[in-house]
Design a protein around this ligand. Structure first.
Ligand code: GLA
Length: 386
């Protein structure tokens, strides 16, 4: 009898061990999340249509994978403490919705909060971590965004580690997205707490550089807070500068290209935040530019950083596999900017071939100076190949 118990214990712990070692998010996760565009206005039809649109628009083909419902899908708990979805908005239940998303060859994500309540006052997971993780695994959840509202005096690392353990015990590989807004510097402990990605700032807003008193900000303000965090990112654990605002109307196409390019330079998770059912051709082209996405998804997993800052003109650098390099010239000003760059001045000494990833053209080598015009609030994004 003792031997059987021992054998069972060994088997059980090896299953857990295997789960802990499942390699997920080896490149930055790509998908769509409901929050930026829809807020609390989520329901199962809209989510299904978004899954359809992800396939039909070519986004799935370009690498987008996760369909994530953010806050407001949940309303209460039953007498046993099980989390209950809004039956008016999700009459078929979350499992059926996850099945639908999976039937499209996509993955399914959901949202909860480490505190008693979510940011929109829905039930949080505090005290129900293991029960919720078991429920999510039973539904077929592949991605959990875990927020930080109403956390009272909870310790951040301990709260996130607790949910990570619950996920591991659930037996399902689930990408764990820590959404703690950078308050407790999650880049210092997020990997140890089992996070696959962690938000580094407050919420992104649908604008270039606006701010709110509750900590929301436009993408360029978020960009400024990413430089210096590059050493904390790598395969399986990424800094998350928040979801994309591409296609939400607050940025013109040039600004959308700049925002998307810089997120790719940062090896940021690429979670579209717009209505995929209703995208202009130019927005679809931006979100599905495979050569640009390849910068983000490069297997080396290095986050890019700023190597030159002339005020309105910046140069960003991202090391890539095979000693290739991505370079992004950013013009923050509202006037066009002429550039004439001597590669030596950027310490780029080898002779690389240069490709302009938005023009989709080869444009010479680093043996010659690089000249071009950057549109107001625009970028030139280059891949330098050995
Ligand atoms: C916080 C998060 C957002 C979103 C909302 C939902 O503000 O940072 O990304 O999830 O909560 O209430």
């Amino acid at each position: 009898m003792k031997k059987i118990i021992l054998l069972l214990m060994v088997l059980f712990s090896s299953v857990i061990y295997a789960q802990e070692n499942v390699k997920i998010a080896l490149t930055p996760p790509m998908g769509w999340n409901s929050w930026n565009k829809f807020g609390c206005d989520v329901d199962e039809n809209m989510i299904k249509e978004m899954a359809d649109a992800m396939v039909n628009s070519g986004m799935k083909d370009a690498g987008y994978e996760y369909i994530v419902i953010d806050d407001c899908w949940q309303v209460s708990r039953d007498s046993l403490g099980n989390i209950i979805a809004d039956t008016e908005r999700f009459p078929s239940g979350i499992k059926a919705l996850a099945d639908y998303v999976h039937s499209k060859g996509l993955k399914f994500g959901i949202y909860s909060d480490a505190g008693m309540k979510t940011c929109q006052g829905r039930p949080g997971s505090r005290g129900y971590e293991y029960q919720d993780a078991r429920t999510y695994a039973g539904w077929g959840v592949d991605y959990l965004k875990y927020d930080w509202c109403n956390h009272s005096t909870q310790n951040a690392k301990a709260s996130y580690s607790l949910m990570k353990n619950a996920i591991v015990k659930s037996g399902r590989p689930i990408v764990f997205s820590i959404c703690e807004w950078g308050t407790n510097k999650p880049w210092l402990w997020g990997k140890e707490a089992g996070g696959n990605l962690w938000r580094t700032t407050g919420d992104i807003l649908n604008c270039w550089d606006c701010t709110t008193d509750w900590g929301g900000m436009g993408w360029i303000k978020i960009l400024d807070l990413q430089n210096g965090l590059e050493s904390y990112a790598g395969p399986g654990h990424w800094n998350d500068p928040d979801m994309l605002e591409v296609g939400n109307g607050g940025l013109n196409d040039t600004e959308c290209i700049a925002h998307f390019s810089l997120w790719c330079m940062l090896a940021a998770p690429l979670m579209a935040g717009n209505d995929l059912r209703d995208m202009s051709e130019s927005i679809t082209e931006i979100l599905t530019n495979k050569e640009v996405i390849a910068i983000d998804q490069d297997v080396l997993g290095k986050q890019g950083y700023k190597i030159r800052d002339d005020g309105d003109f910046e140069v960003w650098y991202k090391p890539m596999e095979s000693e290739n390099i991505a370079i992004c010239f950013l013009n923050r000003s509202t006037n066009a900017k002429e550039i004439n760059i001597d590669w030596n001045s950027l310490d780029i000494k080898n002779n690389y071939k240069i490709r302009d990833l938005w023009k989709k053209k080869d444009v010479g080598t680093t043996n010659e100076k690089f000249s071009g015009t950057i549109e107001p609030h625009g970028v030139i994004l280059l891949k330098l190949t050995n």
